[in-house]
Write a protein that binds this ligand. Structure first.
Ligand code: NAP
Length: 339
C-alpha cells in the first residue's frame, strides 16, 4: 500500500503588513515520524485565529514565532492515527496545538487532550462553543471584568467568535450589553441573534462620532469594556468609561496588519476615571477550562447561548479562509475543514 502523503501549509516568508499568498506555500511531504511517547494526529478541523498573524512576526510575544519553513501553528481537532502513548489509542478524537497540515507529529507531554465526540452534535463545537474563543470570552468576562447585574458592558468586535459569546454571557449574568461591529448586517445580527441591547456600526466613523454614538446608548458610561479591536474603536470607547471601569484587553485586531503600531490616544481617560486595564491570554486559564465547559454546556442545552461557525473547506483554501478574519467576511468562529 502507498503510504499517505502529508500536505502542509507553510509560512515561507514573514508578512509585511497584510499577508499575501506568497508568504505561504502548500507542499506535499512524507508522513511525519511517530515521536517517542507521542502521537500522529490526522487533523480534521483547524481553528483560524487572529493570533496566528502575530505568531508570523519575528517579535517578542507570549509564544515563539512560527519558524520560517514550518507549518502554520493552529489549534486543531483530529483523530489519533498512530500512538506510542498508552493514554491514546488510534481512532481517539483529540484536540491540541498542532498545525495547518493533514498529519501532525505530537511530542510526548504536549497539550493534546482526548475529547468526547459523542457528547456533541458536531465536532466543531470543540473549536467554537467549547474552544479557545469561548474560554477567552468566559474567563475574560467573568474572571477579569467581574460583571455585576445591571452594569453596562461594551464589546468591540462583537459579532465575532469571542465577542458574540462575551455579549451573551454578560446577558446571562444580568448586564446591559452594547456591541460594536462592522456594517448594518452584523449589527442586525448582534440584536437579533446574540441578544445585545444596542448595536453600533463603526465603519467609516472617526473617534468623535463613534464616541457620541456610544454616549447616546450609555449615557451613564461604561462599567466594562471588552476590547477586541483597538485603534479608533477603542479610543471612542475610552471616552465613555464610567468611574472605576474595568477594561479587558483581549485583542487589538485593527493593528495586527498595520505596518507600525497605531497606538491609543485616549489612555488618559483610564487615569481620569480610575479605570483598570487588564491584559489576558487565554492559555493561562487552561487548568480551569473544565469550569467554563460545564457552564457553557448547560447554557447550550438551555438554549441560552447561540454559537455561529464559519467553516471553510480544504487545506488549499487556508490563505483565503484566514484572511476572512481581517476583511470581516467571517460569520462567527472561523474554522477550516482539513479532512
Ligand atoms: P472574530 O472576531 O471572529 O473575527 C475577526 C473580526 O475582527 C472580523 O470579523 C472583523 O469584524 C474584525 N476586524 C478585522 N479587522 C479589523 C480592523 N482593522 N478594524 C476593526 N475590526 C476588524 O475573531 P476572534 O477569533 O473572535 O478574535 C477576536 C479578538 O479576540 C482578536 O483581537 C483576537 O486577537 C482576540 N483573541 C484574544 C485571545 C486572548 O487570549 N487574549 C484569544 C482569542 C482571541 P467586523 O466586521 O466587525 O469589523
Amino acid at each position: 500500500m502507498i503510504p499517505p502523503m502529508n500536505r502542509r501549509f507553510l509560512l515561507v516568508r514573514r508578512p509585511l503588513g497584510i499577508p499575501v499568498p506568497d508568504d505561504f506555500a502548500l507542499v506535499e511531504t512524507a508522513m511525519p515520524v511517530l515521536p517517542p511517547g507521542g502521537l500522529i494526529v490526522r487533523n480534521h478541523y483547524a481553528s483560524l485565529d487572529p493570533a496566528q498573524r502575530g505568531w508570523m512576526d519575528d517579535a517578542p510575544s507570549y509564544m515563539p514565532p512560527i519558524p520560517l519553513g514550518d507549518a502554520v501553528r493552529a489549534a486543531t481537532l483530529g483523530v489519533v492515527h498512530a500512538s506510542d502513548n498508552p493514554a491514546f489509542a488510534p481512532g481517539d478524537w483529540v484536540r491540541g496545538a498542532h498545525a495547518l497540515e493533514d498529519y501532525s507529529a505530537v511530542p510526548a507531554g504536549s497539550f493534546t487532550r482526548s475529547i468526547d465526540i459523542d457528547a456533541v452534535d458536531r465536532p466543531t463545537l470543540y473549536l467554537s462553543a467549547l474552544g479557545g474563543n469561548a474560554m477567552t470570552a468566559y474567563f475574560g468576562l467573568l474572571d477579569i471584568a467581574k460583571p455585576q447585574p445591571g452594569e453596562t458592558l461594551l464589546v468591540t468586535g462583537a459579532a465575532g467568535g469571542v465577542g458574540s459569546i462575551v455579549g451573551q454571557i454578560a446577558k446571562i449574568v444580568g448586564c446591559r450589553t452594547i456591541g460594536i461591529a462592522g456594517g448594518a448586517e452584523k449589527c442586525d445580527r448582534l440584536l437579533r441573534d446574540f441578544g445585545f441591547d444596542a448595536a453600533i456600526d463603526y465603519k467609516g466613523k472617526a473617534v468623535a462620532e463613534l464616541a457620541e454614538e456610544i454616549r447616546k446608548v450609555a449615557p451613564r458610561g461604561l462599567d466594562m469594556l471588552f476590547e477586541n479591536v483597538g485603534g479608533t474603536v477603542m479610543d471612542a470607547a475610552l471616552l465613555n468609561l464610567a468611574q472605576g471601569a474595568r477594561v479587558v484587553l483581549c485583542g487589538l485586531i485593527s493593528e495586527y496588519n498595520a505596518p507600525e503600531r497605531i497606538g491609543i490616544r485616549n489612555l488618559w481617560q483610564v487615569l481620569v476615571q480610575r479605570a483598570t486595564i487588564h491584559g489576558m491570554i487565554v492559555a493561562d486559564y487552561i487548568p480551569r477550562f473544565a469550569e467554563a465547559t460545564d457552564d457553557i454546556r448547560r447554557w447550550l442545552a438551555e438554549g441560552k447561548l447561540h454559537v455561529e461557525e464559519d467553516v471553510q473547506d480544504g487545506l488549499e483554501t487556508a490563505y483565503p479562509a484566514f484572511m476572512r478574519l481581517f476583511s470581516g467576511a467571517n460569520r462567527g468562529k472561523q474554522i477550516l475543514r482539513i479532512a
